[in-house]
Design a protein around this ligand. Structure first.
Ligand SMILES: Cc1ncc(COP(=O)(O)O)c(C=O)c1O
Length: 377
């Protein structure tokens, strides 16, 4: 990458300023409490083979974009599960069953959450039933089976797989461990978020007192983003500008921030960023996101494979990075914002900025990752 011409024409799709922005640490920690956050770190940091994932400096990209630092939290090696999701589902399984070995766990998943739940169930010696839609690759199903889970394929989309999971779980008295909240189902999603917040604990230890000025958070149903914001409230002294990024085809957080209430959107085309292709923000995350997010940005799928390749070739950093499709929105939206001088100024991205990006997953879907690497674009 001799200059930034390789991505000088990259664009974000939509941009929205949150008119209701009012970051209130107490309100946020009322939703996910300090105790819940601390308990997750205490538990997970004692798991076998636990170690913090790397915080990589994207020094080459920072230089091109004329920013001070770009930090990239690399979740590709999280417990060999290859995504941050390892922290959520498995933690919820452990907490919700508290040693009762007779419980059968169930969940519906786009892939990574189910992998975590299957792994957590295996670690706790529990039976596990995983419901997947037609869109989930056989490769991902195979990984869940390798953790001893029964994988049940359901015709239709994610929502259909969730409905079937709820139906069969009620009939068979299985314990659902879902990362999405609905009325009267709030505890487990909160536990998964508490698990995710471990990332922010690690980051706060890794930044050596440097102030993060901006954080870009990917969102599907918003659990990860909200968990990181709770982590900011718990662990950081300084509140960064918070930017949520979503696929343009599944921008449910943006739609909700726009009107100030949860909006369900119709997904007409599934994004290649499968884990983020969600039509409705979840209840618990929404309580955190609605007032704490400064800006929402959406991106198209057009730059996903290009970004996977740039990460892999070490074009952004000295180190080569294995970043799957859901790890690309951070760099894509940041480049898009920096290419738009007016937005760059509004968001206050400049030579003093220390931007934090979340590399949510590695090659969690190995076949798709190889395809993206080979894509000729
Ligand atoms: C692999 C993967 N799945 C799912 C998500 C979305 O998480 P959530 O549904 O909690 O917003 C992300 C990140 O946004 C992700 O990287």
């Amino acid at each position: 990458m001799s200059d930034n011409s390789e991505f000088s024409n990259w664009k974000y799709s939509n941009f929205l300023h949150n008119e209701n922005h009012n970051f209130n640490e107490n309100d946020i920690l009322n939703v996910l409490s300090k105790n819940e956050i601390d308990e997750a770190y205490k538990t997970i940091s004692k798991w076998e083979n636990y170690s913090p994932t790397s915080l990589i400096n994207l020094n080459k990209l920072a230089k091109k974009l004329k920013l001070n630092n770009i930090f990239y939290k690399d979740e590709s090696k999280r417990f060999k599960l290859k995504s941050f999701k390892a922290l959520g589902g498995a933690y919820a399984v452990e907490k919700i069953t508290s040693g009762n070995k007779k419980i059968t766990i169930s969940t519906a998943t786009a892939g990574n959450h189910g992998r975590s739940v299957a792994w957590g169930s295996k670690n706790q010696g529990l039976k596990c039933k995983i419901f997947i839609s037609s869109y989930v690759s056989e490769n991902r199903a195979e990984v869940m089976r390798s953790f001893g889970a029964d994988v049940i394929r359901v015709n239709g989309n994610y929502e259909d797989s969730l409905n079937e999971c709820i139906k069969q779980s009620q009939q068979n008295n299985w314990q659902i461990v879902q990362d999405v909240a609905w009325k009267d189902y709030l505890l487990v999603p909160k536990l998964t978020m508490a698990g995710y917040s471990v990332m922010m604990k690690e980051i706060s230890d890794q930044i050596n007192n440097q102030k993060i000025s901006h954080i870009i958070l990917q969102a599907g149903v918003g659990g990860m983003a909200a968990a990181m914001i709770a982590g900011i409230s718990r662990y950081l002294d300084h509140v960064p500008q918070i930017i949520v990024v979503e696929p343009e085809s599944a921008a449910c957080v943006l739609a909700s921030i726009k009107t100030g209430k949860i909006e369900k959107i119709l997904i007409e085309k599934e994004s290649i960023m499968g884990g983020m292709s969600c039509g409705e923000v979840s209840l618990v995350p929404w309580k955190i996101l609605k007032n704490s997010v400064n800006y929402c940005v959406t991106i198209s799928d057009d730059y996903v494979s290009k970004t996977v390749k740039l990460l892999a070739k070490g074009e952004f950093s000295d180190e080569k990075i294995v970043g799957g499709e859901c790890s690309t929105p951070g760099p894509i939206s940041l480049i898009g914002l920096c290419n738009d001088q007016q937005k760059k100024e509004i968001v206050n991205l400049n030579v003093n900025s220390n931007v934090l990006l979340i590399g949510c997953e590695g090659d969690a879907d190995e076949n798709l990752y190889q395809e993206l690497l080979k894509k000729d674009d």
